[in-house]
Design a protein around this ligand. Structure first.
Ligand SMILES: [Zn+2]
Length: 271
């Protein structure tokens, strides 16, 4: 079975190294510290992944356009990359999203509420959501409070506000919406365009109270057509292999496991 990883990050070297230093300062011990984009892109194949989504994000205004162009070049050289662009809420979000989804042919966009220090419900993002809906393409959002809510910009309440305004928005909720997975799943039951990924779901990257395997199994079996495997490579405190093994050893039905590692991503992302 060829697998798909729906959550990998890569940036140009200089920015990638700045991100690694930030994690070091935060006390993380990233096993992939120092890996370049090329090294990151070479890795999934060794773990059985033939395709993977590469997610950008941006912490300052004026940077998104250049990063999106960089990712476009990477994806042109490597057909296994499914490119996911970024916007900053202080930029012209409609214009940049149009460029990514139209001209550059990106599969979707990423929003990182904590890094950007913006709530998902911020009205500067309305034109962003409207452009995504116009193209019928998804957004990946770090909308949950894990591993910590130090900015006050994340939480299921902001997600709920956006989904009330834009019920047709297609969203991949990163990290199973932790630490509010129950609330996210309840909303998703009413919203067929909402999916989840498993990125960074290993105990060392998450805060205390990491749920036991039975809990993950139960969540996946509750909405088996909404769950997609993602690693969060390389921004992890543990390893991508641990996350993969964690989700491969849940004793899921073969069809559910296939959906988690490939089928759902193929359908949702049209790849
Ligand atoms: Zn991530």
């Amino acid at each position: 079975m060829s697998k798909i990883d729906v959550h990998i990050h890569a940036f140009p070297d200089k920015l990638m190294n700045a991100i690694y230093s930030w994690f070091r300062r935060e006390g993380w011990n990233v096993p992939y510290d120092g890996w370049s984009a090329d090294k990151i892109f070479d890795y999934p194949k060794q773990r059985g992944f033939d395709q993977f989504l590469v997610l950008l994000y941006v912490h300052k205004k004026g940077m998104a356009a250049e990063l999106n162009t960089w990712l476009y070049e990477q994806a042109k050289a490597r057909p296994e990359i499914v490119p996911i662009g970024c916007v900053h809420h202080e930029d012209d979000v409609a214009k940049e999203t149009e460029k990514c989804l139209g001209e550059l042919g990106f599969a979707g966009m990423k929003l990182h509420c904590q890094v950007q220090n913006v709530k998902m419900s911020d009205e500067r993002l309305y034109p962003f959501y409207e452009t995504l809906i116009k193209y019928n393409k998804p957004v990946i959002v770090h909308a949950g409070t894990a591993p910590s809510d130090h900015t006050g910009t994340v939480g299921v309440k902001y997600f709920a506000e956006v989904m009330e305004r834009y019920p047709n928005l297609r969203v991949q909720v990163a990290h199973l919406g932790m630490n509010e997975t129950e609330e996210f799943l309840r909303l998703a039951e009413e919203l067929p365009g909402v999916m989840f990924d498993t990125a960074a779901l290993e105990a060392k990257s998450m805060s205390a109270d990491f749920p036991p395997p039975e809990q993950f199994k139960e969540w996946i079996e509750r909405l088996p057509d909404r769950m997609m495997y993602g690693s969060d490579l390389p921004l992890l405190n543990g390893t991508a292999a641990e996350i993969q093994e964690h989700f491969e050893s849940l004793d899921l039905q073969p069809a559910v496991q296939e959906a988690l590692f490939a089928g759902n991503a193929k359908r949702f992302w049209g790849i």
